[in-house]
Design a protein around this ligand. Sequence first.
Ligand SMILES: [Fe+2]
Length: 335
Amino acid sequence: MTGFDLVRPLPGAGFGGRVRPRDGAGAHAVIAAVERDPAALPRLLADSGGLLLLDGMDAMAQTPELLVRLSRGFGTEVENYRETLMAPNMVHATVPEILVVSNGPPVNRAPPPRPEPPLTASGGLPVQFPHRRGWHTDQSYRRPPPDISLFLAVSPVPPGQGQTLFADGAAAYDALPPALKARVDDLEGLHVSLNAERSRDEILAGRTPRALGPRERPQRQPVARIHPVTGRRALYLCENRQMDWFEGPFVGLQPGPHGDGAALLDTLMAHLTRPEFVYVHDWRAGDLLVWDNRCLVHTATWFDTTTQLRLMWRTTVSGNPGPAYAGEAKSWIAA
Ligand SMILES: [Fe+2]
């Protein structure tokens, strides 16, 4: 018995859950319940396949420290973006644990392009790679990578635009044909920051990769990653950006966008983003999603920047990447 009510799965999906505090409503009630039982939300997150919706968190927009306080309930370390490599215009002015995602100033981040064609043949929202692009798991170019992201809709765009899509890497791994499972079980992907200019699009365009500094080096990550809490394997992959398309995308397979590695990545990513593994979230102000980067991938959808101003806040939580990372120094911090 926890201080929360859980409804799962999320609508239209095979995973995820909506949680509300049993006593009261809103951000203060959530934080009071967390402080009474700190293990409750992490347990509900694991039980829900790595995705929780907390709605009605509007008070966090007025008091951003509340988002950081809740984030601390999901791990030992909440990233301070002023201490990492984040551009200053992306970081909240007074709360450096908050990454600001917005098309407005000073961030000026454009949404992803609209897929072409914009709808599926049956008139639905495209979710499956390669019709839908941009799938990734946060900061996979770091070792150890982060565990959890929290994303608050301060000012979202209307339903049908600016959505966040999630794909269930554990269900997708379980459903792999045995031959593919055997291929990925000991395989490693080569992940790199989008600032490294090694995306698939950039390599396809013929760009010669620049030399990378010691903190930017591509990082190996297991493709079938074992979750440290649930023990389940999940597909852990990105596609255009965050994979190294010059030396990778996979260790030991033919590199580059035309190699055997590319063919395998396309197969795996199309499988991982099959509609039965995907949840589509249309945002309302005050929605907070908590997701587990160790077992889910996600992407965003287009919105009309000529009419819409979107403002979202993210925090990133680390501390339990699993025994494969035990004792490692942070790859992105200078020694
Ligand atoms: Fe992300």
